[in-house]
Design a protein around this ligand. Structure first.
Ligand code: MRU
Length: 342
């Protein structure tokens, strides 16, 4: 299936509204900075690379609006960048993409706003196109790690819906399925249900055999030796390899370690935050309690106290390898990542 999560054509930004999946595949148009921020916050668009790409186009569109009203200034542009960055704090791809747009805005400095706008448009397009290529390379390198007949467990959605291309973790699966046989066990991914709503939908649309399970069932599957590998995406990876990803990833990594199942993290270099020494300083987003309670139609919600972190951090020692567009990176991560980024 030829699916594009983010489409930018004729100066118009359209995204799949992922909150409507799997019931309806609907594109919505985002025209203003406020609409882009809301779409990111409400997870109409989600997944680390996808929110970065959407933010980049959003900044360009906002710059056009500012230009048309005669108010495109450095401070207005930086303010918009700041607002976008804080829409969701964990995925570093968002601030990475905003920083790239700020760099394109400022360099080289020119009084010609039309030139600046065309530079911003080109930069957003470059971020998008580069992510497509990155996804393909991740798929290629990752597939080389897997046996020809393989049963993989994944969590959340790190696929087409989360990126500008074929995904990260799911790109590995799509590539492996071309030359072998792959079955995917898909964690439901409570509370927002990215696995059951998005990954199961995406995989089956692409003819990949899949089975959905609730998150607490993964241990039994591993105990029964039904999983050959776990592959997940990432939202932010510190310089020592500690990795923030969707809540529940850490539990899976512990289970995989106990059962001797390889645990792979597939991620672009834009998901690495080499300014952080360890995962302890990765900012973790907490979401509203309704996300947990509404599913069960819990009444009197004001009486409930709810713990709802959107992400957790998996310690590096539980990760067998990182699959990136530059190849597969194994431990020792601090040394190998430092080498990769210098
Ligand atoms: O809250 P989400 O749905 O944006 O979380 C997404 C994830 O945790 C993904 O695994 C991660 O962003 C990698 S997407 C290639």
């Amino acid at each position: 299936m030829n699916l594009e999560t983010i489409v930018f054509e004729n100066n118009t930004l359209r995204i799949i509204d992922q909150n409507l999946l799997p019931a309806r595949l609907t594109y919505i148009t985002l025209s203003t900075l406020e609409e882009v921020i809301t779409a990111i916050k409400k997870m109409s668009v989600r997944g680390a690379p996808a929110i970065g790409i959407t933010a980049a186009y959003g900044l360009y569109l906002h710059a056009v609006i500012l230009h048309n009203s005669g108010s495109l200034t450095k401070s207005a542009f930086l303010q918009a960048g700041y607002a976008l960055k804080s829409a969701r704090p964990t995925a570093v791809n968002l601030s990475w993409a905003v920083e790239k747009m700020i760099h394109a805005y400022l360099n080289p400095p020119t009084p010609n706003e039309v030139q600046t706008l065309s530079r911003l448009k080109a930069e957003a397009g470059t971020i998008h196109a580069a992510d497509k290529k990155t996804c393909d390379l991740i798929g290629k390198y990752g597939a080389e790690l897997l046996p020809k007949k393989v049963s993989v467990l994944t969590h959340c959605n790190a696929g087409i819906l989360a990126t500008g291309g074929r995904g990260t973790a799911l790109s590995v699966i799509y590539r492996a399925a071309k030359s072998g046989s792959v079955h995917v066990f898909v964690d439901e991914t409570r509370p927002a249900g990215q696995g059951i709503r998005l990954t199961y939908w995406e995989l089956t649309k692409n003819n990949i055999p899949a089975t959905v399970l609730t998150d607490s069932m993964a241990g039994l599957l591993m105990q029964q030796k039904k999983i050959d590998a776990v592959i997940v995406g990432a939202d932010r990876i510190a310089q020592n390899g500690d990795t923030a990803n969707k809540i529940g990833t850490y539990s899976l990594a512990v289970l995989a370690g106990y059962h001797d199942v390889p645990f792979y993290v597939a991620a672009p270099l834009s998901s690495f935050d080499m300014s952080l020494v360890s995962g302890a300083s990765i900012p973790i987003e907490f979401r509203e309690k309704e996300e947990v309670l509404d599913f069960w139609k819990i009444p009197d919600q004001d009486k409930y106290t709810v713990f709802n972190p959107a992400f957790d951090v998996t310690p590096a020692e539980l990760i067998s390898a990182f699959i990136t567009e530059k190849g597969v990176i194994g431990p020792p991560y601090k040394e190998n990542l430092t080498y990769l980024f210098t």
